[in-house]
Design a protein around this ligand. Sequence first.
Ligand SMILES: Nc1ncnc2c1ncn2[C@@H]1O[C@H](COP(=O)(O)OP(=O)(O)O)[C@@H](O)[C@H]1O
Ligand SMILES: Cc1cn([C@H]2C[C@H](O)[C@@H](COP(=O)(O)O)O2)c(=O)[nH]c1=O
Ligand SMILES: [Zn+2]
Length: 201
Amino acid sequence: MVLFSEDHTQETRHRGRIEVICGSMFSGKTEELIRRLKRASFARQRVEIFKPVLDTRYSESDVVSHDNNSIPSTPVDTSASILLLSSEIDVVGIDEAQFFDEGLTDVCNELANHGVRVIIAGLDMDYKGVPFGPIPGLCAIADEVTKVHAICVKCGDLAYISHRTVADDKRVLLGEKEEYEPLCRRCYQKALRGESGRKTE
Ligand SMILES: Nc1ncnc2c1ncn2[C@@H]1O[C@H](COP(=O)(O)OP(=O)(O)O)[C@@H](O)[C@H]1O
Ligand SMILES: Cc1cn([C@H]2C[C@H](O)[C@@H](COP(=O)(O)O)O2)c(=O)[nH]c1=O
Ligand SMILES: [Zn+2]
C-alpha cells in the first residue's frame, strides 16, 4: 500500500468512507491521522477529532504525536458520544481507537453511511500480540487500511509489535519509551526468551 499517495477523492465532500491507520507504537499512526485531518481542514471541510478520555499522556484534550505534532480534540468516554457530537461534520478523526468499546464499529459504519469520512488510528495489537479492542473489526469493515511500521530499536528492521519493558500484566497501561519499545518479530521472540539485544537509542 502506498502511504503518501495523493488521492484527491479523499478531499471530496460527501463521500462516506472508513479509513483505518494501524500499527505498533511509534509507527506514525498519530502523525498520519493529523496529516489527513489538517488537509481536510485546508479543504474547508468540517473536521471533528475524538480520543478516549483515558488517554491523558501528553494532553488532556489535544491529540499529540511522539514528535509533538498536535491537533485539538474532544475526549469522550464511549463510542456513542462520537455519534452524538458529529452532526454537521464532514470528517471525523479518532485516535487511540483501541481503547474504545466494541460499539465503535457500528458508530463508524453509521457515520460513513451518512456521508462522513471517518479516519481511525489505533494499535493493531497489544503488547502480547493479541488484536486490540475494536481495531480488527474496524479493519474488516474499512474501505482502506493503512498499516504503518516503527523501526525495531534492537536491529533496525521494520517493527511489528510494541514490547512492554516493565513488569505489569494489565492490558491497558499508558506509556511511552519508558514502558514500551517497538520490535521486529525476531527481536520480540528473543526478548520473550530473555535474551538481551543491543538497544540502538
Ligand atoms: N523506533 C522508532 N521508529 C520510528 N519512529 C520512532 C521511533 N521512536 C520514536 N519515533 C518517533 O515517533 C514518531 C511517530 O509518532 P506517532 O505518530 O505519535 O506514532 P504512533 O501514534 O504510531 O505511536 C516518528 O515520526 C519518530 O519521530
Ligand atoms: C501495546 C500497548 C500499549 N498500550 C498503551 C500505551 C500508550 O499509552 C498507548 C499507545 O499509544 P501510541 O499512540 O500507539 O504510541 O497504548 C496499552 O495500554 N497496552 C498495550 O498492550
Ligand atoms: Zn529487530
